[in-house]
Design a protein around this ligand. Sequence first.
Ligand SMILES: [Fe+2]
Length: 179
Amino acid sequence: MDWLTGQLTGSALETRLTRVRDLESIFADRAAWQAMDMDRIVYRVEYWRPVPDNTSGGLFWGATFIQPGRVGDEYFMSKCHFHRRRDCSEFYAVIQGEGFLLLMDDRRRTTAQPMRPGSVHYIPGYTAHRVVNTGTVPVAFVACWSSEAGHDYAAILENGFSARLVDRGGRPVLIPAGR
Ligand SMILES: [Fe+2]
């Protein structure tokens, strides 16, 4: 790993690209989403799974790069998820860029932690999480999580995240979802 950029290299590396088209119903302003270039990349995840998914006691390592951008007044962000195994936690550590880590507990209470180069974030179990890029350059962060954690995106798509981070006069503001 290049610790200045977060870039990973190696034959075991896997890459997943998420484009505008993959984020239907994620952003509140559907008309603004439809008007965008569907091929535009919103974020890229590179990860290393030294053991197969669901291996007991294993760990995975990855780096995520979220581009700067907006859909309406909402910033580019990652899809949020609970871990399929709810009690599994995760570490994030920021390499570059500025943004927020949004956390929602199992009672739908949302908090936002500022992310900046060098900040380290512990995401406890039973907590949905997503990263929002509020800056003008890509947010790059590394993550370490359990090989048993898995991802559950469906639970969030049903009820949505309880809050949104939107631009208000050039400043990020956390507002209740549905407004
Ligand atoms: Fe996660």
